[in-house]
Design a protein around this ligand. Structure first.
Ligand code: SF4
Ligand code: SF4
Length: 301
């Protein structure tokens, strides 16, 4: 059996075996459509995306279409697009249409580029497709005072405007909220967020809470992992491969294949050039794996 270790790293997280996570088969394919290129530069971005960061470049349309076709052949059940900001890709619409001929699609976006025209086009594609199209919009608080210091000045307003355009076009987005404000770890804070969404016409309100991963720019904002924050060989619970997304997903960027969307900038996480090279068990020996394990977290919606 071939095994890929997520070992090493310039930060020195190594020498540790980490628990072995079986690979159940590829049912979810992530594509880092616009690489690390984003129209904003959030202070908590765990892959340090921004307008000037092309560490992972934008993916070629032909490569994306070939991967979607390969995903179909391999029995992929759902597709996810992320970046960076996927709506910066010049061929985003034909890519969405091609993907929806294969299976359901979720797009992670900051919403800023979702003008009424973009939303209308998405609504049309959504209504014509036999598979589901979901949009996940990131927003980090219920006010500009909470969100804007993290995502940038004025972004609370522009993100909500993009999401409201989606609703007008018939798509009720999921809001992704990183729990850097501790109130969103509490029931009251979550209910407050839901109330805001309901007031704004998002019905039913849909919320996905995401724990901060202490890597990339987030490590500089809130502090990184301690050197001993690594899972022990025996730490996984029975059946955890069904809960952790990396038991059945892989991420492809213009630079190759990775176990998940979280680790694409982490040294040692690259699994190979082709999707086939990534379809093997992995050792969870990166500190970010502790966050997934402890929080029971999956990037899936
Ligand atoms: S968190 Fe999302 S929106 Fe913010 S810089 Fe990173 S990729 Fe862009
Ligand atoms: S960071 Fe999370 S999703 Fe990624 S390999 Fe580790 S446990 Fe799996």
């Amino acid at each position: 059996m071939t095994t890929q270790a997520l070992d090493q790293g310039s930060q020195g997280w190594t020498g540790q075996e980490g628990p072995l996570l079986p690979f159940l088969g590829l049912d979810t394919l992530w594509l880092q459509l616009t690489g690390t290129i984003c129209n904003i530069a959030c202070r908590h971005c765990f892959i340090t995306c921004g307008p000037k960061n092309d560490s992972h470049p934008m993916m070629d349309t032909a490569e994306v279409l070939a991967l979607i076709e390969e995903g179909g052949r391999r029995g992929v059940k759902e597709y996810y697009f992320t970046g960076g900001e996927p709506f910066m890709h010049p061929d985003i619409f034909p890519i969405i249409e091609a993907t929806l001929r294969q299976g359901p699609l979720t797009i992670l976006t900051n919403g800023i580029l979702i003008t009424p025209q973009v939303a209308e086009r998405l609504g049309g594609i959504f209504r014509a497709s036999r598979y589901g199209l979901d949009l996940r919009v990131s927003l980090d608080g219920t006010s500009p005072q909470e969100n804007d210091p993290i995502r940038g000045k004025g972004t609370f307003k522009t993100i909500l405007a993009g999401a409201e355009n989606l609703v007008k076009a018939g798509i009720n987005p999921v809001f992704a909220v990183t729990t850097i404000h501790s109130s969103y770890n509490e029931v009251e804070g979550r209910l407050g967020f839901m109330a805001l969404l309901r007031d704004k016409g998002f019905s039913p309100p849909r919320l996905k809470l995401i724990p901060p991963f202490k890597i990339g720019r987030e490590a500089r904002r809130g502090g990184g992992y301690e050197a001993d924050e690594i899972l022990g060989v025996e730490d996984l619970i029975e059946g955890e491969e069904h809960m952790l997304q990396c038991g059945s997903c892989r991420m492809v960027t213009a630079k190759g294949v990775y176990p998940c969307p979280i680790l694409i900038e982490e040294p040692g996480a690259r699994m190979g050039d082709t999707l086939a090279e990534g379809l093997v068990p992995i050792r969870l020996n990166h500190p970010a794996c502790v966050t997934c394990h402890v929080e029971g977290f999956s990037c899936r919606t």
